[in-house]
Design a protein around this ligand. Structure first.
Ligand SMILES: [Zn+2]
Length: 186
């Protein structure tokens, strides 16, 4: 089974190769691997997505939920690290909540009075590694993708010591946090 968003429709191809198109109510696509993250679509009869196997070990690719007015598919492979794609998704409905959850988790010693600067910067894609994921249908919900590789440069052990690399990691982080308008807690 595959699911793909084409324009304002979701196209599901089931195991028997049947192509099922339904109008989307909202939809989010992973900017890194292109998989559908979450799709909510209108349907009179639930679409049977059947037993599916994703490209990762025995894990289902989607969870299917019957919801008012339709059906929702939610990617299972993006819920944790280690799936097909290592972009970590924050699922809250507002980008502000996602950014604040990200900050609490990854920079607990930092604080931010207002996320206005950060939101503007993330929306403008000025902070590599923090990616806004808007609704393809244009709704207000915006998810957040976090690529920690962009926040943690690889250690080039031939040209720098471990301490130098640590410093570089710290610098990269501080640079990005300044871009986000986040300050150290004093
Ligand atoms: Zn992905």
């Amino acid at each position: 089974m595959t699911a793909e968003i084409l324009g304002r429709e979701i196209v599901i191809v089931d195991r028997r190769g049947r192509r099922i198109c339904r109008p989307l109510l909202s939809g989010f696509v992973c900017p890194k691997c292109g998989e559908v993250l979450k799709a909510y679509f209108k349907t009179d009869e639930p679409v049977d997505i059947g037993q599916q196997e994703s490209r990762t070990y025995g894990q289902e690719q989607f969870r299917s939920l019957i919801v008012t007015g339709g059906q929702a598919l939610i990617s299972e492979t993006h819920r944790e690290y280690g799936g097909l794609c290592d972009l970590k998704i924050y699922w809250a409905p507002s980008l502000r909540h996602n950014l604040s959850a990200w900050l609490r988790k990854h920079q607990p010693d930092r604080s931010c009075d207002t996320y206005d600067v950060g939101l503007t910067q993330v929306m403008a894609q000025r902070v590599p590694g923090l990616v806004p994921i808007p609704d393809v249908i244009g709704g207000d919900v915006c998810l957040l993708g976090f690529d920690d590789q962009a926040w943690c440069p690889a250690w080039d052990h031939r040209s720098e010591s471990y301490e130098e690399w640590n410093e570089r990691v710290e610098e990269t982080k501080n640079e990005k946090l300044t871009q986000l308008g986040v300050v150290s807690e004093t």
